[in-house]
Structures are given as C-alpha cells and as structure tokens.
Design a protein around this ligand. Structure first.
Ligand code: S3P
Length: 428
C-alpha cells in the first residue's frame, strides 16, 4: 500500500493511541500459564499481539473477547499442551524470544518460526543463555526456526552482553520452570514490564542496581490488567505535535514507565515543551497525558544508558533531529541494525530523499539541522516504525510524500492512519 501524505494546515485534537504492545504480549503469554482466568483491558489488537494469541490458543489456552477486553483462561504453569505444528510468530520478535523461554520449560517439544523478516533477526542472544539453563534448542545459524526440546532447567546467574529486555524476559519466563533462583545482570536498564507483571502475579522477584533476581514460583496469580496506551505509538504524534507549527494535540493515558520514556528526556534536552498531566498508575505501570507544544529544537548527543530507554524511538527521533538547530549525534545504538529493518542505514537513505542532512555511522547517525524537508517517495523498508516516522516527516514537508509499503504499520498500530486522519481533519 502506498500512502500519500501532505502537510496539514493544523494538527488538532485528543487521541488515545492503542494499548502497549510489549505489555499486551507479556499479559497474553504469562496469563496463559496463570492459575485461572485473567482479563486484559485495553489490550492491543495488531499483528504482533495476534501472533501471540493464536500461538497460545494452539498450545491449548482458551482466549476470548469479553466486550472490549480479552479473557485468558490460564492453564497453570504445567497445563499447556503440544501444538502439533510449528508455531508461527509472524514478524514479532517479542513473541518469538519470550515464547522460546516459556517453551524451553515445557515437557514437550515445540518449533518456532516466523516471517522472512523475523528469520533474519538474531536469536543466539536467547538460545545461548537458555542453553546455559539446560534448554535444548536447535536452530540454523543465528536465526529462526527454533526447535525446542524438553529439558530440565536450572537457575543460573547470567550477565547479558546486550542491553535487551527481550533477552531478560526470555530468561525470566524460562526461570519460572527452573530448579533454583535466576539472576540476570543487565549492562544498562531496559524495559521492566516483565518484572512488574511477574510481581503483580505473586512471584518473588527483585530488581536493583541492574540485577534481577527471581525465585521459581509454584503458581502465577491471574492478571486483571488495564494496559496503558503505547508510548512508542504515541511518540509519532508527540513529535508531530512538537514539529508542526500549528499543532495542539493531547495524548491520553500514555504509559510513562521510565524504562520506556527516553524520548521524553531527549526531546526535553532539545528544548521541547511537553506537559505531562493526570498521572496515574494503570496495570502496575505509570501513565499520564502528554501535551506537546510546537517549538524550536536544538541538536543533542544521545548515547550510553539513554539508548535502550528510547530504543524503538530512533526513527521518529531522527525526524525531530532534522528540525533541530545544530548537530545531533546518536552513538551506542548498533542494535538499530537488527530491528525490523536496518534502521541506521534505512533512516539515512530515506530521510535524505526528503532533503535531510543525515549520515549513518557504525553505531548510530549524525544529523545537521534544521533542514526544510520536501515531499518524496520513501520506502518504509517493511518496518512499521520507519513507515510512521516517515509519515510524520511528510506532515512537515513541502509537497507530497508517498510512503511505499505503509501497510506494515499493522504490526503494532493498525489504526495509525485513521488516528492521523482524526487529528488532521477540518482545520483549514
Ligand atoms: C521489546 C524490547 C526491545 C524493543 C522491542 C520490544 C520488548 O527489543 O526494541 O520492540 O517487548 O521486550 P530488545 O530487547 O531487543 O532491545
């Protein structure tokens, strides 16, 4: 699908973007092995979460809609049954990596596969530590498909070489089935939704000074969770609300877990004016409303511990950087090369087509600004966040922008273009 974008006269209105993808996938997986029926309110309905739901159904879990919510009839830790066919994770890295941990602890064999895009993504980062725990996993090279055999799992102490919440979470899910405590050492803080959810389900888990310790539980209490709006989806409208000169957007009920909101820190350092109000706690996670105001930005450096806290926001951050005065430098972000696309090279190539001055580096990129953007045909690279970031670039560009392959937004935000139409309508 090609999506045409032109700069609207204004951006106006209140939006509640859909529920958090990372939290929804975790709630589906963990809810499936809870002792009884749990409920997920405001969960996200998208390709990634549907992959997780379909797989848990194939493993014998009854999951059904209850009004706008989702009921998950947990089977208990040992109640899953073999699916009898490979489990298809589509393009969801979160589903594949977390599920590999969960399935490593089962008494039956499973095969995990995914789309061509997911097959290209690195899996050794999870198979290696899972094998250290005693899991038996076969794979071809570094990627999927993964063939998981039953194995007795042990508690281990593991220092993660990459800062990755997916690796940490895969180990925690396997750790539910281990014969002793699991200790995971992080190299930098990463999103902690799994730890929060496990604690809410009654698991003895502590996290401090980058060390997560968990004792294997006898059972998990079912969840009743209200999922906050996804910060990573709100990020596109947040930046649009800063960059478009006639924007007045309000983003309601957004998840503000500090392990996710590095983009707010970065935008604040650039001089952005973003108000936060009505802060609450929702489903064990902080949330609140975001009110960005248009204004000038200055270039900054992003590196080190800030990188994992905004790991999914670099495509939209790069768009913001094109409008900032001076130089913006991103370092220590080599992980961007192994996301849904190689975001370092993709961002440089596509934003340059719009007139941006951006150079890729081995572990990030350098942007000189501000540059007026001009409409162009740009490629989403099969990557939902590239599609949405380039769309926001189109909102401030002169002339028409065409997003080639925009349908990939369905991975995490199927209603993105409908929400955009709501805030761009009738403001001539
Ligand atoms: C995620 C963690 C991050 C993020 C991904 C979702 C998660 O990946 O990029 O979109 O839900 O745990 P890494 O753990 O590979 O950094």
């Amino acid at each position: 699908m090609n999506q045409a974008i032109t700069s609207p006269a204004a951006l106006r209105g209140a939006l509640r973007v859909p529920g958090d993808r990372s939290i929804t996938v975790r709630a589906v997986l963990l809810g499936s092995v809870a002792d009884g029926t749990g409920i997920i309110r405001n969960g996200l309905d998208c390709d990634d979460t549907n992959a997780a739901i379909d797989i848990m159904r194939a493993l014998g879990v009854a999951i059904h809609a209850a009004g706008a919510a989702l009921c998950v009839e947990g089977t208990g830790l040992h109640g899953l049954r073999p699916a009898g066919a490979p489990l298809f994770c589509n393009a969801s890295g979160t589903t594949m990596r977390l599920l590999a941990g969960l399935l490593a602890g089962q008494a039956f064999a499973s095969a995990l596969d995914g789309s061509a895009q997911l097959r290209r993504r690195p899996m050794r980062r999870i198979t290696e530590p899972l094998e250290l725990m005693g899991a038996a996993i076969r794979s071809t090279g570094d990627g999927a498909p993964l063939y998981i055999e039953p194995g007795a799992l042990h508690g281990i102490e593991y220092a993660m070489p990459v800062a990755s919440a997916q690796v940490k979470s895969a180990l925690l899910l396997a750790g539910l089935y281990a014969d002793g405590a699991l200790v995971v050492r992080e190299s930098a803080p990463t999103r902690d939704h799994t730890e929060r959810m496990l604690a809410a389900m009654g698991v003895e888990i502590t996290a401090s000074d980058l060390v997560v310790t968990m004792r294997p539980p006898h059972h998990l209490r079912p969840l009743d969770i209200s999922v906050p709006a996804d910060f990573s989806s709100a990020a596109f409208f947040l930046v649009a609300g800063v960059l478009h000169p006639r924007a007045r957007i309000e983003l309601g009920g957004v998840g503000l877990n500090p392990t996710r909101t590095g983009l707010l820190q970065a935008l604040n350092a650039m001089g952005a004016d973003i108000r936060i109000q009505n802060t609450t706690t929702q489903g064990g996670e902080p949330a609140g409303d975001l009110l960005p105001a248009p204004g000038e930005l200055r270039g900054i450096e992003v590196a080190g511990d800030l990188v994992p806290l905004m790991i999914d926001e670099f495509p939209i951050f790069a768009v913001a950087a094109t409008q900032a005065r001076g130089t913006t430098v991103v370092r220590d972000a080599q992980e961007l090369r192994v996301k849904e696309s190689n975001r370092i090279d993709g961002l440089a190539a596509e934003l340059r087509k719009m007139g941006a001055r951006i150079e890729s580096t081995a572990d990030g990129f350098v942007v000189e600004g501000p540059t007026p953007l001009r409409g162009a045909a740009v490629d989403a690279c099969g990557d939902h966040r590239m599609a949405m970031a380039l769309t926001v670039a189109g909102l401030i560009a002169q002339g028409e922008t065409t997003i080639v392959g925009a349908e990939c937004v369905s991975k995490t935000y199927p209603t993105f273009y409908a929400d955009l139409a709501r805030v761009t309508a009738n403001h001539a």
